[in-house]
Write a protein that binds this ligand. Sequence first.
Ligand code: NAD
Length: 360
Amino acid sequence: MNYSIAVIPGDGIGPEIITEAKKVLDKIGNNFGHKFQYTEVLMGGVSIDATGVPLTDEALETAKKSDSVLLGAVGGNVGQSNWYSLPPNLRPEAGLLAIRKGLGLFANLRPAVLFDELKSACPLKDEIIGKGFDFVVVRELTGGLYFGDRKTFEENGLRKAIDTLVYDENEIRRIAKWAFEIAGKRNKKVCSVDKANVIDTSRLWRQVVKEVSADYPDIELTDMLVDNCAMQIVKDPKQFDVILTENMFGDILSDEASMVTGSIGMLASASLGDTKLGLYEPSHGSAPDIAGQNKANPIATILSAAMMLRYSFDLTEEADSIENAVKTVLKKGYRTIDIMSEGNTLVGTKEMGDYIVAEL
Ligand code: NAD
């Protein structure tokens, strides 16, 4: 099959890590008989320098026409770069918001995987980690408290602020479907997280998720209150497969989930909408402190490319093959600086990419 991929290297370490992900995709193409065609798209600081805006309409159109989008990272050194003297809507990160909105992406997926070989980076105790864990947080991205009406005002001499938390059943249904679809490709368990003992949006959330679950009889659904979930992620992360939750709870829980894996250079992510077109990117930023030094860990981006194969192109075997190659390279002791520990071999960005390609 032929697949067209809009590739956004972006700023900082973005171009370096994207180069390695493309190398891996090309090897997969050779092995499995696919052709990945890349169209480079400008976004972030590099786009500001070239066009004056962080994402042009043409760049967005190119992304829309592609089968999927692979992104490195955008942004510069906030204290030093001229990009940050611009108004907020013209700064590099505004490109991210514009592309997510332009592509209609409402679901964010963040896997939290603890690789056996990187257990020492995990802040949890050995008896909790056991043989490691592997779950995904599916977070609603375009509704809830962050998008409701808000205002700050004064009443009877007292300063007050109001934020509104709104969800309609369609917004809940479409994200719930993604969670069940994803669980179907994993261990068939969805844990829906809410605060149904207190707030109405959560009670509606719980009802609608239950309704959607009727279409997925082979997937086990459980409900959990968000405060309990925050505890369970550090108490027994192995229990989770897919955590489904609304925007603000997901914002907090997905950061907590990332933290318990201990290594930012390993964490992939995906944003999805109503179609198969998704935006795949590492969870980390553009790391300007190490840009251009062949020090960045390309694994998060390579694993994001694997997610693209799995969720946008339904290429399960190909995605497994990338994930297994990453595990083998880690098992052999190759490490970039961010995950380096005693007794292992320090390698650069390019070499890490080469070792992964060699295992495919
Ligand atoms: P960051 O994730 O870029 O870096 C935090 C720390 O982690 C740094 O010390 C960095 O060297 C290290 N690090 C990050 N990724 C790494 C990798 N792959 N390999 C090795 N080490 C890695 O976060 P920050 O410093 O807060 O932000 C830097 C810039 O990135 C800012 O402009 C910020 O706005 C932007 N940013 C972009 C995105 C995105 O594009 N999605 C996300 C977060 C931050």
